[in-house]
Write a protein that binds this ligand. Structure first.
Ligand SMILES: C[S@@+](CC[C@H](N)C(=O)[O-])C[C@H]1O[C@@H](n2cnc3c(N)ncnc32)[C@H](O)[C@@H]1O
Length: 244
């Protein structure tokens, strides 16, 4: 259920049959995808909107809604994006950070180039990937880390929740090691019992931590986003500034 502002009320239902990353794939290239699923997808409001408006994924609208609610990006920001394929979020982030901004994105899959973005093909669970991102960043300080990484879905709730939490933890660690003071972190995580500890860890490092479910998330999805603003810095001393 959603409020008028698009927030989903935390329902506590069993998310066993829930979300996976559904990229813009065609029935032709993936003949094993069920006709029912393709048909439901084609009738999906945000899927059709993304096609019309030239976004690479329906997920683009989730980031727009998150930004509208929390003010994530500023012009000239340096953004690191984890799990960036096929590039819908990248398109949105680049729009908000403008020509002076830069986005470094990583994904297991190759991403078609976009002006203003540097894309790395790699597995973020491997240490070398963080090194590659740092190399691409050069002297730049990271203003925002966004992660829409989704694990492979097993269909077993506890497994999928644990896998998603692991990816979210890696994103949090990366943010803590690389964000500048006042920086912002947006992370997808699947609902479940480990969220509480995850939020507790995030609160040690950020002045504001909230959970949010954008209207563009499917109502059947167990995904939720953690928005953390006002990074306190690696020494934890700066409690006041937010993405200055
Ligand atoms: C929901 S999709 C991201 C969609 C993207 N936000 C967009 O709007 O286009 C999740 C992505 O996470 C990526 N991913 C999952 N595990 C990953 C990992 N260990 N390293 C890098 N990318 C990963 C998947 O390959 C997939 O492309």
């Amino acid at each position: 259920m959603h409020t008028e502002t698009g927030e989903k009320i935390f329902s506590g239902r069993n998310p066993q049959t829930k979300s996976r990353c559904k990229k813009d794939i065609s029935e032709r290239s993936f003949p094993f995808v069920s006709k029912n699923w393709m048909s439901r997808k084609k009738h999906d409001h945000y899927y059709r909107k993304a096609k019309t408006e030239g976004y690479r994924s329906r997920a683009a609208y989730k980031l727009i809604q998150i930004h509208r609610k929390f003010g994530i990006f500023r012009e000239g920001d340096t953004v690191v994006e984890l799990g960036a394929a096929p590039g819908g979020w990248s398109q949105i982030a680049l729009r908000f950070i403008g020509e002076k901004g830069i986005l470094i994105g990583i994904d297991l899959q190759r991403i078609e180039p976009i002006k203003g973005a540097v894309f790395i093909k790699g597995d973020f669970t491997e240490k070398e990937s963080a090194d590659k991102i740092k190399e691409a960043l050069g002297w730049r300080e990271v203003s925002v880390v966004i992660s829409d990484m989704s694990p492979n879905i097993s269909g077993v709730y506890s497994t999928d929740h644990a896998r998603s939490t692991y990816l979210a933890e890696l994103a949090l660690n990366f943010a803590v090691e690389n964000l500048k003071r006042g920086g912002v972190l947006v992370v997808k995580i699947f609902e479940g019992e480990m969220i509480r500890d995850y939020l507790r860890s995030a609160k040690k490092h950020f002045g504001m931590v909230k959970l949010y479910s954008p209207k563009a998330s499917r109502s059947s999805s167990s995904e939720i986003y953690m928005i953390a603003k006002g990074f306190r810095g690696r020494d934890g001393s700066d409690m006041s500034s937010e993405n200055p």
